[in-house]
Design a protein around this ligand. Sequence first.
Ligand code: FE
Length: 220
Amino acid sequence: MIHSPYILTRRHFFRGLGLGAAAFAVPGAFAAALTQTPRQTEGPFYPDKLPLDTDNDLLVINENLTPSVGVVTYVSGRVLDARGEPLRNAVVEIWQCDSGGAYLHSKTGNAEKRDKNFQGFGRFVTGSTGEYLFRTIKPVPYPGRAPHIHYKVKRAGKELLVTQLYIKGEPGNEKDGVWKGLKDEKARAAVTKEFVALKGSKVGELVTKFDLVMGVTPEA
Ligand code: FE
């Protein structure tokens, strides 16, 4: 019997495809490299009254000319589903206290010192790349807590994740009960990121990258 080169080619093609499909089918082949972002408590200070402006620039409220007090920090990353695919139309919300430790909440401490120019809360809706970006201040400590930024991710009206972002190398982390509640090194690393100098910035701005990996793979 004469082998047809066509058949061979087809066979190789299928074998190749088989391998490819198998690789994708292995549970966690991709996901193993991804650490799901651990949940952290929402805390009592999710704004009980939203600011007039809820965009992704927390330094400036609407057309206000006076910016907030603090070290300017660009916080960005991607929202990924459990397979590591970018999640579009995810609503990323952040909230944090101002440079004096006051939240946008009627029961906050340090209310009398509130920085009226700090937005304290912002939202970003992801596009097809799953990326988000905020301009805010470097988080500061307040009694009992290491510096942190609160996060909430929602999609199609469903809450997917509530967590907090910490600063890598911050000595206060080791004394923070919420941070210490994460027993696993990988889980800690997943929410503890370096805040580094923004290249070329003459005013000491910082950048940090924080990917948010959901525990679910929502339907499109
Ligand atoms: Fe907090």
